[in-house]
Write a protein that binds this ligand. Sequence first.
Ligand code: FDA
Length: 388
Amino acid sequence: MIYDIAVLGAGAAGMMAAAAAASRGGATILIDHAPEAGKKILISGGGRCNFTNLDTKPENFLSANRHFARSALARYTPRDFLALVERHRIAWHEKSPGQLFCDESARLIVDMLLSECRTSGVTIALSHEIRHVERGDHFITSTNHGDIASRRLILATGGLSIPKLGATDLSLRLARQFGLGVIETAPALVPLTLSAPLSELAGVSLLVTARIGKTAFSDGMIFTHRGLSGPAILQISSYRRHDGAPLTLDLMPGADARQSLLAQKKARPRAEPASLLSVFPQRLARHWANETFGETATTLANVPDRQITELADRLRAWTPEISGTEGYLKAEVMRGGIDTAALSSQTMEARDVPGLYAIGEAVDVTGWLGGYNFQWAWASGRAAGLAA
Ligand code: FDA
């Protein structure tokens, strides 16, 4: 048999694409090496899947072509996916503004997508190891269960993060094989490591503004044994380049640090120096106070104003030395991927290889934290599925 469409990868984008393709009547097969579909969906959002973000805009994505995602995102919106979720009677809630999660379990999203695939007649081929893909009259996908012929082929095997969940570079390899460019990849939405980790502060969390160049995120940060994590750090990590602008952390966002610290000295001259930092968790306050004032200053009155303003300036613009990231083992997504210049933004089809499509995280479109990556998977999957 020759399928009209073969989709490689039964993840978020692949299931969406397969269901859309089959709904138009094309004989569609969905192939994955894993024994179950949608493993990343199952662990996403702490098991509740942050399945979209109502405020999704093209600006929430990184890509060498920042306009590429616009068309697909406009044609399949967060409201469209939400309507699908509601049609399947999946209860949901809005956590932070715009971020939608399942009330119960991420498994309901996988079940919903599998049900959409089955209803539209998709053949689901799990536990199929893909050995290679060749193109003659048709695409021939060779697997450990034999060859699968298809007129069109959709690459949807995702990015490189979390290899133990079965992430591979298959889509990137196939893209190169067919002459498509690949933008350099790197772990993104990933904890950062410090050259001099503050492991004694591991577990301490606070609100910060993390900034690289003109990009800034205000959210929580947590010290880890090896460095820094938390939403503000994950978000800014996607913007970090080895030779780029340094990461700056404002540990007192929104406050006039100089004025606030000097006012405290004036109001409570006999208090101990660490009390200046009472807005911080105690361990952090002690750490900064010891670093700044040493053991000698016993009261605030002993601390010169100059030292206090220096401390305030450091708290507003702390530039810890970053040694790297926790890598794909801990990264939520991969940055970079199949060059969008090779693809149509309307259909996701390769411009120079008719019948070949690429969608989801394998493509050089990387969302912020907060449901954007799934929205890209749904939107790009749907665009390719309907066009293929
Ligand atoms: P996805 O990774 O979903 O699917 C790829 C599929 O291809 C998998 O089924 C895999 O088995 C298969 N495959 C890979 N290599 C293969 C090969 N060689 N042969 C055959 N099959 C192969 N995003 C978000 O918006 N909200 C959230 O809450 C979260 N939470 C989250 C938590 C964690 C821990 C991680 C790691 C990631 C998230 N994400 C997220 C990101 C989100 O999971 C991710 O962006 C999408 O799943 C990408 O969808 P894709 O379909 O492109 O890849």
